[in-house]
Design a protein around this ligand. Structure first.
Ligand code: 4NP
Length: 151
């Protein structure tokens, strides 16, 4: 299974989803490929946001090696599932799709724990430590669900 996690900047939410998922598949020695990307180009080459790195570290997840990159059209060919964090990411990725098959790969990540509700992972970038903690809790729970679903 090849899974791509996508948000806007690829420095807060999708790196965390990526790091959590990488750690979980490694622990279970699963043959998964995990990556993340942002729809925007603001932070290409940057490390994840320091607040996200610190929050993840607190719970034993290392995000320090990840570097931001921008989503590109050939990601539709490289990945089986493209999980987006919010509806704006969904629109941005769908806009780049070339076919119905591309579109079928794109899913709102929180629909895995709240099926059919189309909830969004809130963007913590302009938020407080509490917002980073909330994102951690949501994505920890959701990555567990994804793992259960596909193993
Ligand atoms: P992310 O958060 O999409 O979760 O990485 C953001 C990071 C940066 C910006 C917005 C959201 N920004 O406007 O620079």
């Amino acid at each position: 299974m090849k899974i791509l996690m996508v948000c806007l900047g690829n420095i807060c939410r999708s790196p965390l989803a990526d790091g959590l998922m990488r750690q979980k598949v490694a622990q279970k020695q699963l043959d998964f490929e995990i990556d993340s990307a942002g729809t925007a180009n603001y932070h290409i080459g940057s490390q994840a946001d320091k607040r996200m790195i610190a929050t993840a570290k607190k719970y034993g997840v290392d995000l320090s090696t990840l570097r931001a990159r921008q989503f590109e059209v050939n990601d539709f060919d490289k990945f089986d599932i493209i999980y987006v964090m919010d509806k704006s990411n969904l629109q941005n990725v769908n806009r780049l799709s070339r076919s119905e098959n591309d579109k079928l790969k794109v899913k709102l990540i929180l629909n895995e724990i709240y099926p059919g509700e189309h909830q969004e992972v809130p963007d913590p970038y302009y938020g407080t430590q509490n917002d980073f903690e909330e994102v951690f809790e949501l994505l920890d729970k959701t990555t567990n669900s994804i793992l259960e679903k596909y193993t």
